[in-house]
Design a protein around this ligand. Structure first.
Ligand SMILES: C[S@@+](CC[C@H](N)C(=O)[O-])C[C@H]1O[C@@H](n2cnc3c(N)ncnc32)[C@H](O)[C@@H]1O
Length: 284
């Protein structure tokens, strides 16, 4: 069945009012960070961030199916020499709003920009907060399994005393319960850390995330023909990933130029421009 990819221009708070309740399987998004892109698409003051975000999150809660997931890529900025607490405050406020803070994934930016600061090192990670409506939600863990490498045979052949203790323990899940549960035909379940390089340099949006980021969560939390929503869709990275994976997608974006850009991305025009020299298939 051909999938649909829709881009709607406007504030997601307004646009989502007409979206039916319980209609979306995955919301994956990277919202405008507090104050960080004032010169491009405006910012929200860190002290007002939670207040600004909550009415939008209320709509996300309404349109998400009970089996759905909401993945929020965000990172607190430094204000007056220390990390601001608005992300932490947002997590607490979202829980009060009715969300379950199910997990926190870390996006490790393998190629973070080099630099030197007097009181910290270069920032190399961002949060991908995972919220759900229910404790039981759709999660296709097998869809994101990774190759184990050669060590698996020898490592599992000779289990040490501690391994056996862990194997026998009944606590939690994964390794502690039964090694056989997380290793299958040389494939293993991944960790909650995603090691992905940024791709901003070759995009027309200053805050685009790498397509591998939404791809991973789309594989994990949706099935074919499910609906993916990115309410701050920017250059349309999530929409393109959803389309390529056979999922329906809706993007909402405030800036008309980014809506146009996302349409180009969906039509593969931008992708063509990113090919190595000599292999363009579409003229600029
Ligand atoms: C961090 S960027 C998203 C980038 C996107 N993930 C990508 O890969 O291109 C956030 C986007 O949200 C848009 N935006 C800001 N406020 C918005 C709102 N109220 N409703 C919809 N979009 C909004 C901005 O114009 C910006 O393009």
């Amino acid at each position: 069945m051909p999938v649909k990819s829709l881009i709607k221009e406007g504030d997601c708070l307004d646009v989502l009012q007409s979206q039916p309740a319980d209609s979306i399987d995955l919301i994956i998004t990277s919202p405008p960070y507090a104050d960080s892109r004032k010169n491009t698409y405006g910012g929200v003051h860190p002290n007002c961030y939670v207040e600004w975000f909550l009415p939008r999150a209320d709509q996300f809660l309404r349109v998400l199916k009970p089996t759905g997931s909401f993945v929020l890529n965000i990172k607190e900025r430094v204000v007056n020499g220390e990390r601001h607490t608005y992300v932490l405050e947002l997590i607490l406020a979202l829980r009060k709003q009715g969300w379950l803070w199910t997990e926190e994934y870390i996006w490790h930016k393998r190629n973070s920009y080099p630099g030197k600061w007097p009181n910290r090192f270069r920032d190399s990670w961002e949060r991908c907060l995972h919220f759900t409506k229910e404790k039981k939600f759709k999660m296709n863990q097998d869809a994101v399994m990774i190759p184990m490498g050669n060590w698996v045979g020898s490592r599992l052949k000779s289990l040490g005393k501690n391994d056996v203790v862990r194997f026998d323990s009944k606590v939690g899940s994964g390794f502690g319960k039964n090694i056989a549960n997380w290793v299958r035909r040389s494939m293993a379940y991944p960790t909650n850390v995603l090691h992905l390089a940024t791709e901003c340099g070759n995009r027309k949006h200053s805050a685009a995330f790498p397509s591998a980021l939404p791809e991973w969560f789309i594989r994990l939390f949706t099935d074919l023909n499910d609906w993916v929503l990115d309410p701050f869709s920017g250059s349309g990275t999530s929409l393109k990933a959803a389309k390529d994976l056979g999922r329906n997608a809706m993007g909402i974006e405030l800036c008309p130029e980014y809506c146009e850009l996302a349409q180009e991305v969906l039509n593969d025009v931008q992708l063509a421009l990113m090919q190595p020299e000599g292999s363009y298939v579409t003229a600029p």
